[in-house]
Ligand binder design. Structure first.
Ligand code: ARG
Length: 461
């Protein structure tokens, strides 16, 4: 088959069934601009090695530039008989440069080192895009925290009332993991920034080509140390897939809070009309679809990571065609995150918080019981005893259907002689929050510091 890149030793062309299975242009043509950039760098390496004359080099670059323009404008597209992006682009090059010159470009490279390089180029670009979108979401969280620096809310563990916290503290608790996700991309890029180009099919090149030159042209910091590793490993792709999955999981957890807060029973937030949806039958509905889609799509993004790792687990060295399956999972992650993140950031930025209602719920569920215990500790009561005493206060209140601050002086004295009326000083939400002034705590002074630090982190990127 003269249209394939490998027809020589075959008597006939591929069966239609094989061609249908083998074909990857429907997803890998997305890599065409990177493939052409790789070809331009490779042409320069061939020229430097004396394998292309000055004129040939110039004509080659010209033809590749035209091809790049034609790909960008949609004038050149993959055809049905093209096996993959590399095959399609070689056809495009030969159509523009002629078979004689066009046929010289493939020397010293393989689709195996090409594809390993192109995936890295694609992922490095999209890691920057996604990280920027994550930072926009962090900005939205910081903005909301700044708007509500001292608003209290119920802090929960096991989804049960635990201790009051500041809303700003809660929002920033979602910002930090996302900042770490951005850090993860930056750390990852150190490893992604090694070019496999020049590894050939598996063993390297015999043509005196300089992989360092290609790497420089493509914006890599260096080259891989081992051609087998360069063509066979996909840990860089899998690590990207993990970071993407982690981002999706972080969004999904915040989604869950937003969905709950948006219920009538909670009534903690109202969604902006532009970031919520209606029902086709129930006229009153205003649904948190962005949060639900983000939560739902976390499932597929995790699936992409799982699928990729499963593809990799049984592969011997070096290149195996299974590796063609590395691209769709990460492309899907990229497409998913790049459509979810802007909507999500918009939803967060435009949320209205009902701080009065949140404040009213902050002391519910005996969430100040720990404050009684810690007050007792400050009166030199051992914590074991203090915990018992505070627990008894809760029990008495629960039986009588009252709150901790409703206990009379007599009630208190009866529960324990240590409980003087002064204990009431800590039975307020503001007092409880202000007392949590240790590093990382929810006291307003600490959260103000934290807000500054988070803003500084965002400004650093
Ligand atoms: N399309 C393949 C991939 O995505 C690259 C081509 C390698 N093909 C081959 N027969 N060695 O991994």
């Amino acid at each position: 088959d003269r249209l394939a890149l490998w027809g020589g030793r075959f008597a006939g062309g591929p069966s239609p069934a094989l061609a249908a299975l083998s074909k990857s242009t429907h997803f890998d043509f997305e890599l065409a601009p990177y493939d052409i950039a790789g070809s331009q760098a490779h042409a320069t390496a061939l020229h430097a090695a004396g394998l292309l004359t000055d004129d040939e080099h110039e004509s080659m670059l010209e033809a590749l530039n035209t091809l790049a323009d034609d790909v960008a404008s949609g004038r050149f597209v993959a055809e049905d008989h093209d096996e993959d992006v590399h095959t399609a682009l070689e056809r495009g090059l030969i159509e523009r440069a002629g078979a004689e010159l066009g046929g010289k470009l493939r020397a010293g490279r393989s689709r195996n080192d090409q594809i390993a390089t192109l995936v890295r180029l694609y992922l490095r670009d999209h890691a920057k895009t996604i990280a920027g979108m994550v930072l926009d979401l962090v900005d939205a969280l910081i903005g909301q925290a700044q708007r509500h620096p001292r608003a209290p809310m119920p802090g929960r563990t096991h989804l049960q009332h635990a201790q009051p916290v500041l809303l700003s503290h809660h929002l920033l608790a979602y910002a930090w993991p996302l900042l770490r996700d951005v850090d993860r991309f930056i750390d990852w890029d150190v490893r992604a920034s090694r070019s496999p180009y020049g590894s050939g099919a598996l063993a390297g090149s015999s043509l005196g080509l300089d992989p360092q030159l290609v790497a420089q042209h493509l914006g890599f910091d260096g080259v891989v140390e081992n051609s087998l590793d360069g063509t066979a490993s996909r840990d860089v792709v899998a690590e990207f897939a993990f970071i993407s999955a982690m981002i999706a999981v972080n969004l999904s957890r915040l989604s869950e809070d937003i969905v709950i807060w948006n219920t009538k029973e909670f009534g903690f937030v109202t969604l902006d009309d532009g970031y919520s949806t209606g029902s086709s039958i129930m006229p009153q509905k205003k649904n948190p679809d962005i949060a639900e889609l983000a939560r739902g799509k976390a499932g597929r993004v995790i699936g992409d990571l799982t699928g990729l790792l499963t593809t990799l687990k049984g592969l011997p060295l070096a290149y195996n065609r299974d590796l063609q399956e590395d691209k769709e999972p990460v492309f899907d992650q990229v497409n998913t995150l790049e459509v979810v993140l802007p909507a999500f950031a918009g939803m967060v930025a435009t949320l209205t918080f009902h701080t009065d209602r949140m404040a009213a719920h902050a002391p519910q569920g005996f969430s100040l019981a720990t404050d009684i215990a810690e007050w007792l500790v400050r009166q030199e009561v051992p914590f074991r005893v203090a915990h018992e005493v505070a627990g008894e206060c809760v029990q008495v209140c629960e039986t009588r259907g009252i709150e901790l601050w409703d206990l009379s002086d007599d009630d208190l004295a009866q529960i324990s002689p240590h409980l003087t009326p002064q204990v009431r000083d800590v039975l307020t939400v503001d007092g409880s929050i202000a007392s949590r002034s240790g590093a990382g705590g929810t006291a307003p002074s600490r959260v103000a510091e934290q807000l500054d630090h988070a803003s500084e982190r965002v400004a650093e990127f």
